[in-house]
Ligand binder design. Structure first.
Ligand code: CTP
Length: 407
C-alpha cells in the first residue's frame, strides 16, 4: 500500500532458476497497487512462460524485440520513460556484464540503457560465477554508477551446493523498491528515531523481566518513515524480526541501553517515535550465577524503576515526540495524562484487551491524541497503515514547526 500504489515499476526477469521467485515478487507488487510491467529475456521465458507473469500482473510481459506483428517495437523506450524504478530480479552474470558494458542485446538491457529511472539489480547465480573477478568488477562498476545491488544471499544453490548466490527474499527486494520510491517523500531530509520491541531486564544469566512485545509496531513505523524518505534509526529491544532494509538498526537489551542509544540517536533528530514497550521495572541487581530452586523458600526479587526514556530525552524545539500508551482500562484518560507527564506532541493509544489487535498481532486499532486536544480514532488496520497515519501527523507538525519563527 501507499508508496507502491499507482507507481510505475518495471520488473526485468532474466534466465535463472530463481525466475519462479520473481513471479511471487510480481504478484506482491501488483497486489500492493503498483502498475507493473514485466520484461523478460528470451532465456527467462524458458524457465517460466510469459503467461504466468501475465496472470499475476494483469499485463502481457514484453520479451520479443523481433515480433513484426507487435505494435510494441518502441516498447522499451516507452517503458524506459514511464518507469519510476527498474528492478532486475533475478539478474544473471550475463545481464550484469551487459549492464556494466552498456550492451543492448535484448529488451532488458535495451530498456536499462534507455531509462533514467533508478536501477535495482538483484543478482542470482552460482557462487563461483558470482565470485569471479569479472562479475565482481562489473558489480563494482554498477555500484559506482549509483545502481542499488541487492544480495545475493548465502544458502543452498540450484547446484545443491551451499554458497553465496541465492536471490534475496522477495520481502527484502520489496523493501528496497519502497525505499528507492520513497526518496524525495515528505520526510526527505528528516531524521526519525524509532524504538520497537520490549526490553529484557536480566535477573540472572538465564532469566529476565520482560513483556510480550513483538516489535511489529515499531518496525512498521521505521519502514513507513523510510518509505517517506526519512533517514531512520531504529532502536530495538530483543525481537526475532529481521532488520528492515535501508534503516540503521541498533539492537539493545535493557531499558538503560535503550535510553543511551535513544539519547545519542536523538542528537540532530526531527522526531522520536517511542513504540517500544519498555519494562517499567528492573531487578535492583543482576545475580551473576543462575538462581537455584529451593523447594521450601519463596523468592523475592527487589525491583527498581527503569529510566523513563521519553522523559529523559526532554523537550527540544524542532523535535516531535510521539509516545504509545498500551492500556487495559481508561484508555483515553490515561493516554491524555501521559501526553502531559511526558511532554509529548502525540500519543498513540491502544486497548490491549482487544484480541484482534495490539501485542504480537499484525493489526492494530488505535486512537491518536495530540497535545492540542485533537483526537483521531482509527479502525482496525495493519500496523504499517497505522504507522502511515501517525507519520501524516508527524509530517504536519514538522511542516508547522518550520513555519514558526526561531525562538
Ligand atoms: N516509556 C519510556 N520509558 C519507560 C517506559 C515507557 O520511554 N521506562 C515510553 C513508552 O515507550 C511509551 C510511553 O512511554 O511510548 C508510555 O509507556 P507506558 O508503558 O504506556 O507508560 P508508563 O510511563 O510506563 O506508565 P504505566 O506503565 O503506568 O501505564
Amino acid at each position: 500500500m501507499y508508496n507502491l500504489t499507482d507507481r510505475n515499476i518495471v520488473l526485468c526477469v532474466t534466465g535463472s532458476i530463481a525466475v519462479y521467485k520473481a513471479v511471487d515478487l510480481a504478484s506482491k507488487l501488483t497486489q500492493a497497487g503498483a502498475v507493473l510491467n514485466v520484461i523478460m529475456t528470451p532465456e527467462a521465458t524458458k524457465f517460466v512462460a510469459p503467461i504466468t507473469f501475465q496472470s499475476v500482473s494483469g499485463r502481457c510481459p514484453y520479451w520479443d524485440m523481433w515480433d513484426a506483428n507487435s505494435n510494441l517495437a518502441e516498447a522499451h523506450i516507452a517503458l524506459a520513460r514511464q518507469a519510476e524504478v527498474l528492478v532486475i530480479a533475478p539478474a544473471t552474470a550475463t545481464i550484469v556484464a551487459r549492464l556494466a558494458l552498456g550492451l543492448a542485446e535484448e529488451m532488458v538491457s535495451l530498456t536499462a540503457l534507455a531509462t533514467r529511472a533508478p536501477l535495482i539489480v538483484c543478482p542470482a547465480m552460482d557462487s563461483q560465477m558470482f565470485e569471479h573477478p569479472a562479475t565482481q568488477e562489473h558489480l563494482t562498476t554498477l555500484r559506482n554508477r549509483g545502481v542499488q545491488i541487492v544480495g545475493p544471499e548465502d544458502g543452498r544453490l540450484a547446484s545443491g551446493q551451499m554458497g553465496r548466490g541465492r536471490l534475496s527474499e522477495v520481502e527484502t527486494i520489496i523493501g528496497w523498491i519502497r525505499h528507492v520510491l520513497g526518496r524525495g517523500g515528505d520526510l526527505a531530509g528528516k531524521k526519525v528515531v524509532v524504538t520497537g520491541g520490549g526490553t529484557h531486564e536480566p535477573i540472572d544469566p538465564v532469566r529476565f523481566v520482560g513483556n510480550n512485545s513483538s516489535g511489529k509496531m515499531g518496525f512498521a513505523v521505521a519502514e513507513a518513515a523510510r518509505d517517506r524518505g526519512a533517514d531512520v534509526v531504529l532502536v530495538s529491544g530483543p525481537s526475532v524480526l529481521p532488520d528492515p532494509v535501508a534503516v540503521e538498526v541498533l539492537r539493545v537489551r535493557r531499558a538503560a541501553e535503550m535510553r543511551d542509544a535513544v539519547v545519542a540517536a536523538c542528537v540532530g533528530a526531527d522526531a522520536l517515535i517511542m513504540a517500544a514497550a519498555v519494562a517499567d521495572y528492573q531487578p535492583a541487581e543482576t545475580v551473576g550465577e543462575k538462581i537455584k530452586r529451593r523447594q521450601s523458600e519463596t523468592l523475592s526479587i527487589p525491583l527498581v524503576p527503569t529510566p523513563d526514556i521519553l522523559a529523559e530525552v526532554g523537550v527540544r524545539p524542532g523535535l516531535v515526540k510521539v509516545g504509545f500508551a498500551a492500556e487495559s482500562r481508561d484508555l483515553l484518560a490515561n493516554a491524555q495524562q501521559k501526553i502531559e507527564d511526558k511532554q509529548l506532541d502525540l500519543i498513540v493509544a491502544n486497548d490491549i484487551t482487544a484480541s484482534d489487535a495490539g501485542f504480537a498481532a499484525d493489526n492494530n486499532r488505535v486512537v491518536i491524541l495530540d497535545s492540542a486536544g485533537g483526537r483521531a480514532e482509527l479502525p482496525l488496520m495493519s500496523k504499517y497503515d497505522v504507522a502511515w497515519h501517525i507519520l501524516d501527523k508527524v509530517a504536519t507538525l514538522l511542516a508547522a514547526s518550520k513555519l514558526q519563527p526561531e525562538a
